[in-house]
Design a protein around this ligand. Structure first.
Ligand code: URA
Length: 441
């Protein structure tokens, strides 16, 4: 078999055979297929697409290109959750312990933030003492004894994706649904869970800018999951404004703790309830309304919060910080941004808020950059609120005072004021499962 013919087949719109896909992934991983041929194939896939069977085959081949996690020593249906990346998305920090507190194991591997989106690992590391670099035996032990653990991916998890993603990044082939779907799902497969809840973000702060594209990606990923025997559900959620009020690592941990304590704003609390309930449905704990009630119960009785404290302690962190936020590293500069005009907040560009937070030190441009765990933004007003001159819009936190003017400007540009109160936008737009697409918004 020749790579040349595989490229030609895809260029001409043919369906690649499982053998051709295996030849490509194996050869590209071991270096016998050069970057220029892999780049040509990626572009052919970008232009010609892939069937759901081809996408599933590509995913499975990539998922076994390196280490795979064996979760068989943990009993029960193990459920994973993945978000395609948003601004202010701290849901994992609340949802994982909520689900685990009901006896459903959630052993989870997460990523770091890059650009305008935050990463769960960076958020967790803002908790004093906590480590996400935990070797695999200890990870499994925490998952068995506590019921949940959130750690960094092992270095050799899906090396084929690492190589292909880096190549796509420089060959204008990132924005391609079969390649995105196989990239995400191959890592989920390798991480070993039985069932997967996907949170596909849609809007200005997300990869997928429109509802149609978000649904297309969700359908592709759910198809892969079902194809390979992992129950998968995707929720399409709004990212046209940041999620909740906190953006930035330790600020987001605190807001997630507020969700678990029952003191968070309703929008973020309800979002977490819905995500957790969908994970419980995947774990066969009941229908959606039964599972929502279970989750609300764990917030009211404090068991979700207790589970987060247990997980944090097992990962070396200070659980007292979750009750007493003064134990987090504090920002040395705090700056209030006040409205200059009046009107309803009709839009908050999530990407611009994410960039403002990164400017303050909460994010990174390159994966090796350091971040400031205390940096970030607390939004005082959200879409639909009315402001008058002098009203507080947001509070900026940083340990680098010189970043404040630029961050303030970025934040002001993120807000659009208008004369008319905007219609409320539903956070949940659609639910995609093996049964099809259900409109929620
Ligand atoms: N996230 C991934 O892991 N892969 C992609 O291709 C895009 C987003």
């Amino acid at each position: 078999m020749r790579m040349y013919d595989i490229i030609r087949h895809k260029r001409d719109g043919m369906v690649l055979t499982p053998q051709e896909i295996n030849h490509f992934v194996a050869g590209y991983s071991d270096g016998t297929i050069p970057d220029y041929q892999a780049a040509a194939l990626a572009m052919a896939i970008f232009l010609r697409g892939m069937t759901s069977r081809e996408t599933a085959n590509l995913t499975m081949e990539m998922s076994i290109s390196g280490d795979t996690v064996d979760l068989s020593s943990i009993s029960g249906i193990k459920v994973d959750k993945h978000s395609t990346g948003g601004v202010g998305d701290k849901t994992t920090l609340a949802v994982v312990p909520l689900v685990a507190s009901l006896g459903v194991p959630v052993p989870k591997m997460s990523g770091r933030g890059l650009g305008h989106t935050g990463g769960t690992l960076d958020k967790l590391e803002s908790i004093p003492g906590l480590s996400v670099q935990i070797e695999s035996e200890r990870f499994l032990e925490i998952a068995r004894t506590v019921g949940c653990a959130v750690v960094g991916q092992t270095a050799n998890l899906v090396p084929a994706d690492k190589k292909l993603y880096a190549l796509r990044d420089v060959t204008a082939t990132i924005d391609c649904i079969p390649l995105i779907a196989s990239s995400i799902m191959s890592k989920k497969m390798a991480a070993g869970a039985d069932a997967i809840l996907l949170d596909v973000k849609c809007g200005s702060g997300a990869f997928m800018k429109t509802r149609e594209r978000a649904i297309e990606l969700a359908v592709s990923m759910v198809g892969i999951g079902e194809h390979v025997g992992r129950r998968t559900v995707a929720l399409i959620t709004d990212m046209d404004q940041p999620l909740g009020r906190a953006v930035g690592n330790s600020l987001e941990v605190m807001e997630a703790c507020d969700v678990l304590k029952g003191t968070a704003p309703e929008d973020i609390a309800e979002t977490c309830v819905e995500l957790a309930a969908n994970m419980l449905v995947l774990a066969e704990r009941g229908d959606l309304s039964e599972c929502r009630a279970l989750v609300r119960g764990q917030i009211a009785n404090g068991r979700g919060f207790a589970k987060l404290c247990e997980m944090v302690e097992a990962q070396g962190g200070d659980p007292l910080a979750l009750a007493d936020y003064a134990r987090f590293k504090q920002a040395s500069a705090v700056h209030e941004v006040r409205a200059k005009g009046s009107g309803y907040v009709v839009g908050i560009d999530a990407e611009a808020v994410g960039m403002a937070s990164a400017t303050l030190g909460a994010g990174r441009e390159k994966i090796e950059d350091d971040i400031d765990p205390s940096a970030g933004i607390m939004l005082a007003v959200k879409k639909g609120d009315f402001v008058e001159p002098g009203d507080l819009i947001a509070t900026l936190y940083t340990s680098s005072e010189k970043t404040i003017p630029d961050a303030e400007e970025q934040l002001r540009e993120a807000y659009t004021l208008g004369a008319e109160k905007p219609d409320p936008t539903p956070h949940f737009i659609a639910r995609v499962s093996a049964d099809g697409v259900e409109d929620l918004g």
